[in-house]
Each structure stands twice: as structure tokens, then as C-alpha cells.
Design a protein around this ligand. Sequence first.
Ligand code: SF4
Length: 465
Amino acid sequence: MNHETKPVSPATALAALRPSACPGLVRVVAARDGGLCRIRLPGGVLSAARVHALADAASAHATGVLELTNRANVQIRGVRVGEEAALSAALIGAGLGPTGIDAASPLERACAADELRNVMLSPLAGVDPNSLCNTAAIAAELIDMMQREARFASLSPKFALQLDGGERMAMLEHPHDVWLAALPHGATVRFAVGLAGCPTTRPIGTLAAEDIRASMRALLHAFLDLADSDATRMRDVLAAHSLDALLQRAQAHGDFALMRDDAALHAWRREPSPADLRLGAHALHADGSGYVGAQPALGRIDAHTLRALAALAEDSGDATLRVTPWQGLLLPNVSAHAMAATLERLHALGLIVSRADPLARLIACTGSAGCAKSRADTKADAQRLAALLPPDTEAHLSGCERSCAAAHCAPFTLLASDPDHYDLYQRDDTQSGFGQRFGQPVARNLTIEAAALALAQRPRSTQDV
Ligand code: SF4
């Protein structure tokens, strides 16, 4: 009798260790258009060499279609059945997996640590002279801390942190489980800390930069102490326990240095950054050098365009790209004399470089072409809506209530009700964006043409009513 057992694949082992439907580097999740593989990019940073590797892997093992996500990650769509492991191996081999922790192999390391890299930074982290600090080093320390401690492997793959260094462009509307935002504090900098929200909401206290690693470690232990099996996010724990109970538990884990100092909190950042900073050429330094931002229509990009972008980053910038949380990208460190030509080349590649383009103001989830849950082909409908979209209007098309394309509440949301109709919602600007899913319902059962008309007739802000 043969007692040999079949070896368990890393993806199967990961599914048993940490069940989740969230795609990752090793966890390639089935979708209607093939497998979906998400590559987490702390800070959204990609070297040109890794951009080439991503494009090659997407062409070799999938359909060559990629997406930029609203958490500044990249995902490869249409992974062919049976090629999942080869894709993961190619990406890990290109250095797109976790680094720095001990593991028998890079694949084991990816299984253990890939999903503990959800730290969002400004796309200008480390390059904006206006910022109060460079958050990249702090992010690296936090990721290292989470990956080294076995207990933190039980954090949900969705559990996410944000670090705001005070850069002129930052996504401040996505809720995170924990956010930290730099504040001027005399001659130094402290970090406002908030839970289950975003840096436009009120913080709970402040931390010195040197206390962040130890204090966050204590806070994460406290979170796991209090989280029951259904509580995967900070909001779940705070719904079941008081903030004081959570903070007392963190104190018990030692080195928890949060100061609940109201005086330091008056300066916390409240305003989202201007949308026009996301696209086009922007000087950051007195010599006119800076960055150039662009976005592919509706977040989709093909491998061929990606390779051309890598070449452009090598020619014009510092051979890196940064993915932004607006499903776009930017080339940092472009010299003053190269700005205009870089912008032209991005435009020639078919990327959007101006807010005047209606597709710069539309986001849409995957839709029924790639997602079985979708009630409509949102991407195709967004293309149709683009031709009719009123100037200055921003809208989000979602195939179902999950809102995969937007972690924040967009000014207008069209929620599919059937393959040809949408319900229209408008954000309530008199309330904090956090906690509003889509805003208030304002019209039901609209065709795309009727939705365009309704958008043209609505005031842009509910405060204008
Ligand atoms: S929002 Fe719904 S329909 Fe759209 S991609 Fe997500 S799950 Fe699918």
C-alpha cells in the first residue's frame, strides 16, 4: 500500500493557515475572467526593472491585463488555470515579494509575510520637500515589526495602516485600521494617531516618531487580544469594546507611549489634497524639477504600455514609478527640462494627464466582464458615461454594494440595479466622508443616458443645495 501523501501547494497551505478571499502574491483568486493576483507595493514604489518583470509575468502567465488599485497596489488579471504557481514564483523571483525576514525560501516568506504589507503612504513620500518627514523608513520598520512576530500572521489580509508625512498630495479619505499623520510640534514632529478612520477625522492622541514601532506593536497585540473570531478590523473591536479598554490593554503590553494631548491635536490635517495634483507636471523644487502624474483609463493597463512606462522612467526620471491610490501613477524626480516631454510621452501612450479628460473623473469596479457579483458591465458603462459626463463631475460606478473600486465615498455613485440601470447616490458633504458608503440616494433605475442628465442637473456639492 502506498502511504505517500501529495505535497501541499503553498497556496493551499496559506488558505488553511489564513482563510481569505483576498487576492495576494501566492493566493491567486478565481474571477470570471481568470485568476486574480495582487502584488502589494508598500508606498506604491516600483523600480523600472520590476515593472518589466510584472509586464513579462502578466504576458507569460495571464492575459497581459493589469490594474492599479485604490490602495496603490497592482493586480494581474486573467491568470491562466494551472499557471498560478509559476506566476507567483516569477514575481517573487523578481523581488516583488516580502524581504528581510528569515524563511527557508522566498516562497515560504511570501506565504508568511505578503499580507502584512498593507501600509499606505503618500505617492510623494520622500520626494516632497514640503513634507514634515520621510515616512518610508517608518513604514519599513512597521512592516518588519509585523512580519517578525508570529502572532501578527493572524491579522486579516485587509488590515491596513496609513502613514501621512504631511506631503502636499496624499489620500486622506480612505479609512484605515490605524492611521498616523505627522504634526509639527515645536522644533520636532509628532504623529497624530487615529483608529478605524482616516486623517481627516479626529485622532485619539499623538506619538513621537521614535515610539511608533513599539507602540504600534502594543496596539496590535491589544487589538488581537480583544478581537473575537468575527472581528477582523479595528472598527469591529471598537464596536464591541470601548477605546479606553483597548488603550488599557495596549498599556499592558508595555512601551505604549500614546499621549492623549489635546494641545498637539489642533494642527491635525483635515483637508483632502487638491485633485489637480494627481495629473500633469508639478515642480517640487526651486530648480523646477518634480514629478509627472498620469492615469490609465479606469485603472486598467496592458503589459505593453507598462513596459513603455518603465522605459520612460529610465529615460526621464529616476528609473522608478509610483502607483497612486487614485489608480494612477507618477514618475518622480523628473528634471525641469524633461517635464514637458515626459508629459507628452505619457499622453502618447494613451494615459490620461489632465482632469479635463472625463475619464480622469470616473472610476469603475471590474464589472460583469470580470466579476460574477456584478449586476452590470461597469467598465463599459463608464466609457459610455465619459462621453456624456458634465464638466467637473466625479462619479464612481459600482457593480454591487461592495464598492471595490472606491474605499472612500465619491461625490456621486452609480450603483448597478440591473444590467442596464443604476441607482444614483450623492455624498453628503455636511458629514464626514468616513462612514458614508455611497451617500444619499437621489434617483433610481437610471440608464446611463438618464444618469448623465441627472448628474448635470444636480448641484456639485450637497452644501450648494
Ligand atoms: S464592487 Fe461588487 S461587482 Fe464590483 S468588482 Fe467588487 S464585488 Fe464585483
